[in-house]
Design a protein around this ligand. Structure first.
Ligand code: GLN
Length: 493
């Protein structure tokens, strides 16, 4: 077995049993990155020296009998998390020289628990996108390809495309990611791995480059549901440095995976049966529900009546918050600076040179919906609908324990497809934005393949702060699906 083939849990066991060292495990991943990253472009920055030093220190701690829960495990960090002394770009030219002097709370929690960081992984610029094609550092390639069309290069999804591609191709055992409208769940589904967006407030946002602050959440991607559970336990926790961080206990999520689904009521929202969804995705959804029934759950149709407003609501709220958050990139305090004749000229030149087309579009939409004449008509209206969407979920969860839907309306698409019209790209998020608007946990589980041999995911949405039930349901689907297919591009292949 190639060392990069371990699951995260398997690697921890192997390290505990002394079958290999963290230095060996880390070196195997660095070698895999050297071999495959020139093609995949998943990593923006590889911190090989630092990784090996961390691995060596980790092996020493283990030898001294003080191993943390993630002792010696090599991970990839989305380049939206500030890492002390390591360049953090947010996928943008405007931050291409930004070296944060501090560590994000989430990445710091992982280091506290013994993790090794291989480097920083690619993403859509400022996490705006569903294809990882808006990155200033070039697109990421999905390690999967269509069986009958292996030459068409596919997107890994976005915005956490580097995280998902790196984990699927075995260039890391797990990765951090963030999800504002689907950026953990959609790339996980496109790359045949698992990923969870936890409840809003579960993970601290301190030190994560902000996109839309009321929607942004950090979460893990990994090759199994249980691996996500292990990572989330380390990432999560109250942080006084984030005023929206929730002061609630962090349970043993991995233990919850094995709970089973007997007696659980699973909601199936009828509004998610969208016209135009490929029949394979409909069929997989039915199959997933059948698997849960076979394991003792009951499935019931529910209604989330305001679902059809979720996408337009998201694409008002998210750009509005983004336009405000991105005002800080002015060329004065940090990041890129262009020369200007005066201060205003400096701002304008810096922002024009630093931001890509999608980011500029969002800033323009955001400032428009927040402007004096349109605030009531768009932004305030969107906030009201957001409250109704949340109320739909509250009512549904009075009657069910979890909700199961498809994760995405399609499998991974080609790098040149869906690029001509931004709204076509926005439709990718139709099944995922609702959980962000309502602040609820959502897990994507690799559940099957389409006719082209590409992975498809199912989504499990749960009550706020009930990730344990979400993990139990996700684990049950994963066990039944027995997803063993592998991408063509991967280490050790
Ligand atoms: N695709 C969505 C967007 O472009 C979601 C992005 C995200 O979750 N960061 O806004």
């Amino acid at each position: 077995m190639h060392p990069t083939d371990f699951t995260l849990r398997g690697a921890i066991e192997a390290l505990n049993e002394g079958l290999l060292t963290s230095v060996e495990l880390t070196q195997a991943h660095l070698d895999a990155i050297t071999a495959l990253n020139p093609r995949l472009n998943a990593y923006v920055t590889v911190t090989a020296e630092q990784a090996l030093a961390q691995a060596k220190a980790s092996d020493a701690r283990r030898a001294a009998g003080v191993a943390g829960p993630l002792e010696g495990v090599p991970l990839a960090i989305k380049d939206l998390f500030c890492t002390a002394g390591v360049r953090t770009t947010a996928g943008s030219r405007i931050l291409d020289n930004f070296i944060p002097p501090y560590e994000s709370t989430v990445s710091g929690n992982l280091l506290r628990d013994g993790a090794v960081f291989l480097g920083k992984v690619n993403l859509d610029e400022f996490a705006m996108g569903s294809s990882n094609t808006t990155s200033a550092f070039g697109p990421v390639e999905n390690p999967w390809s269509r069986a009958n069309d292996p030459d068409t290069r596919l997107v890994p999804g976005g915005s956490s495309g580097g995280s998902a591609a790196a984990v699927a191709a075995r260039l890391a055992l797990g990765a951090t990611a963030t999800d504002t409208g689907g950026s953990i769940r959609q790339p996980a589904a496109f790359c045949g791995i698992a990923g969870i967006k936890p409840t809003y407030g579960r993970c601290s946002r301190f030190g994560i480059v902000a996109f839309a602050s009321s929607l942004d959440q950090a979460g893990p991607v990994a090759r199994t549901v249980e691996d996500c559970a292990i990572l989330l336990r380390s990432m999560a926790g109250f942080d006084p440095k984030d005023s929206t961080s929730a002061d609630v206990p962090v349970p043993d999520f991995a233990a919850a995976c094995a709970r089973g689904v007997k007696g659980l009521r699973i909601g199936v929202p009828k509004e998610y049966r969208l016209e135009g969804t490929p029949p394979e995705i409909e069929a997989l959804w039915e199959q997933g529900l059948a698997w849960l029934r076979e394991q003792g759950a009951e499935t019931v149709e529910i209604s989330l009546p305001h679902t059809k407003y979720a996408l337009p609501t998201y694409y008002i709220v998210a750009p509005a918050e983004a336009s405000s958050n991105l005002a800080r990139y002015d060329g004065v305090r940090f990041g890129r600076r262009e020369k200007g004749a005066d201060l205003k000229d400096l701002y304008e030149r810096t922002r024009a040179a630093g931001f890509g087309a999608e980011v500029r579009r969002r800033i323009m939409i955001g400032t428009y919906v927040l402007s004096a004449g349109y605030y009531d008509a768009y932004y305030l209206k969107a906030q009201k609908i957001r409250a109704l969407i949340k109320r739909d979920f509250d009512q549904a969860f009075a009657n069910v324990d979890a909700i199961v839907t498809p994760a995405t309306p399609s499998a991974a698409f080609g790098m040149d497809e869906k690029q001509d019209d931004p709204v076509t790209m926005y439709l990718n998020d139709v099944f995922t934005v609702t959980a962000n608007l309502a602040g609820l946990p959502g897990l994507s589980v690799p559940s099957g393949l389409d006719a082209q041999g590409l992975p498809l995911g199912l989504q499990v949405i749960g009550r706020a702060f009930d990730e344990e039930t979400v993990f139990a349901v996700g684990n049950a689907i994963e066990q039944a699906a027995d997803f063993t297919a592998l991408p063509r591009l991967r280490a050790g292949a």
